[in-house]
Design a protein around this ligand. Structure first.
Ligand SMILES: Cc1cc2nc3c(=O)[nH]c(=O)nc-3n(C[C@H](O)[C@H](O)[C@H](O)COP(=O)(O)OP(=O)(O)OC[C@H]3O[C@@H](n4cnc5c(N)ncnc54)[C@H](O)[C@@H]3O)c2cc1C
Length: 479
């Protein structure tokens, strides 16, 4: 049976388009057999049944903006990309309780438009990427938001609906009892939870999720702290977070700020960067004007205690995009981060995949102890410098105890193989140093084997739920 017979007229099989879908912004390439557009949950169920009959795997993509992590390319050859971008319903929204329930095709821009229209008291946490990205895709990858109090998407979402490889539907938490309010407010229901089995897994196709929205802050501001003492900065920020100061710090090496963020944009208020190797951007989201005064006083007391640090407090300008709970108002920051080697725009807006920009990310778990962060960043620096790549570092504080180190590898397309090899080597270095991957790009990086029976149990669940391998997986499989 041909693929078109199995999947019907919504299967797209133009070879040029499929070639593009199998490409990434780094060296990984996978052979894609088709792109199937589905419009509703029943369409997803039909698709998995057809995939089982045709004996091919499906690789779900919500809006396909996973730039630097694989874009739309599956991990392995021979899959049909399941395009969910036309499932665009916003199913529920509560300003009172702070949540929005969406289908996979709903974008950041769609939800920001809804919040604006409703004069919401809530803001949407979002990544520092295009506003065309999907909230469900971001959740499925366990993506992080830039700034904001709900930094780690997967910890601030619930009520997933997903289609299994045999077409059955499962729900997480209270959503299994229907779409009532508790389905949108509780991550867990009675008994075992399925939630983390549905993200970074390839076990099911997520067709609905509830995303939590924090309150809009009152008098938000941005503290900028620059100095050489990375460990001291991290320790000071951890203490502030532990005290309950509502900050969402990120620390960058100077090269990242100067050569990427400020390549085409400016700091608010025409500020120039004080000297120092590390730049902490510390957006603060106070709950009231009294909190704003107290938060500011706490930051002004804590930051100067870090040796050699210079700090300034700035308004949280909407031009700072996601830090201010808005998409970037123009393409300056994204263009500066991506179009670095003379690449030309071949269409509207920023699109590193279309325009051949070289980018791949690493993402590694570290703690919020200054010594750990400094050690993780030193491993990154050593490996990337040895590979002759520019070193662009970011550390996101996820909580008072957890942080993520995010190197960005930026290179001309001709150096894609070299950069991808350097990332794979870095991932091994980081695992060996006690900083495992938190998220991995398709076809690069990989996950080492677990010490006890964890991999075996996860493998058994895969075999039980998807014996024919109808859903593309592998990205997070150990090996
Ligand atoms: C300059 C720049 C800045 C960036 N900043 C950030 C950032 O701050 N934070 C961040 O997290 N990322 C960031 N990214 C990476 C990326 O752009 C975002 O993560 C983006 O949200 C992913 O695209 P998407 O939401 O359209 O997801 P998609 O591309 O639709 O999905 C991503 C992956 O998730 C899985 N998936 C998607 N939908 C489903 C589903 N319905 N069911 C099961 N599995 C599914 C698939 O494996 C898919 O490949 C950045 C990229 C660039 C280039």
């Amino acid at each position: 049976m041909s693929l078109r017979d199995a999947f019907g007229p919504d299967l797209h099989d133009d070879p040029a388009e499929l070639g593009e879908l199998g490409r990434t912004t780094y060296a990984h390439v996978a052979r894609v057999l088709g792109r199937l557009v589905v419009r509703d949950v029943a369409g997803v169920q039909r698709a998995v049944r057809a995939a089982a009959i045709a004996g091919v795997a499906l690789a779900p993509v919500s809006r396909g903006k996973n730039w630097g992590w694989g874009t739309c390319a599956p991990h392995a050859d021979g899959a049909v990309v399941l395009d969910l971008s036309e499932m665009r319903a916003i199913l529920d929204y509560s300003d009172e309780l702070g949540y929005v329930t969406v289908q996979p095709g709903v974008s950041v821009a769609d939800v920001v438009a809804l919040l604006d229209e409703r004069h919401a008291t809530r803001m949407l946490p979002m990544g520092g990427t295009t506003a065309a990205a999907s909230l469900v895709g971001h959740l499925c990858e366990r993506g992080v938001s830039v700034g904001t109090l709900y930094h780690d998407r997967a910890s601030h979402a619930c009520g997933l609906e997903a289609v299994l490889a045999d077409g059955r539907i499962v729900h997480t938490g209270m959503r299994r009892f229907g779409r009532g309010a508790v389905a949108a407010t509780h991550r867990f229901g009675p008994g075992p939870g399925l939630e983390s089995l549905l993200t970074q897994s390839g076990l099911a196709i997520v067709t609905e999720a509830t995303i939590w929205l924090p309150r809009r802050p009152v008098d938000p501001f941005l503290a900028l702290a620059v100095g050489d003492d990375l460990a001291g900065l991290v320790d000071a920020l951890r203490d502030l977070m532990g005290m309950g100061v509502r900050v969402a710090p990120q620390i960058y090496n100077r090269a990242k700020v100067e050569r990427l963020f400020l390549a085409r944009a400016r700091l608010p208020g025409g500020l120039t960067l004080p000297p120092g190797a590390w730049v902490a951007m510390i957006p603060a989201y106070p709950a009231s004007s009294q909190h704003a005064a107290a938060d500011r006083a706490a930051l002004e007391a804590a930051l100067p205690r870090v040796p050699g640090v210079r700090a300034a407090i700035l308004p949280l300008d909407p031009a700072m995009g996601p830090f201010a709970g808005r998409p970037y108002p123009d393409d300056d920051v994204l263009s500066g981060m991506l179009y670095r080697f003379g690449e030309e725009r071949r269409g509207p807006g920023v699109d590193p995949q279309r325009d051949g920009c070289g980018i791949v990310w690493g993402c590694y778990a570290t703690t919020m102890a200054g010594a750990d962060v400094a050690r993780a960043c030193a491993v990154i620096e050593r490996r990337l410098a040895a590979a002759g790549l520019e070193v662009f570092q970011a550390v996101h504080a996820i909580s008072e105890r957890a942080a993520l180190a995010f190197p960005q590898l930026s290179f001309p397309a001709a150096r894609a193989a070299e950069a991808t090899a350097a990332l794979c080597a870095l991932t091994l270095d980081m695992h060996a140093a006690g900083f495992p991957s938190y998220r991995v790009p398709a076809g690069a990086g990989g996950v080492p084997r677990s010490l006890a029976a964890t991999d075996e149990v996860v493998g058994a669940i895969h075999r039980l739920l998807d014996p024919a391998g109808a859903l593309a997986r592998g990205k997070y499989a150990p090996g």
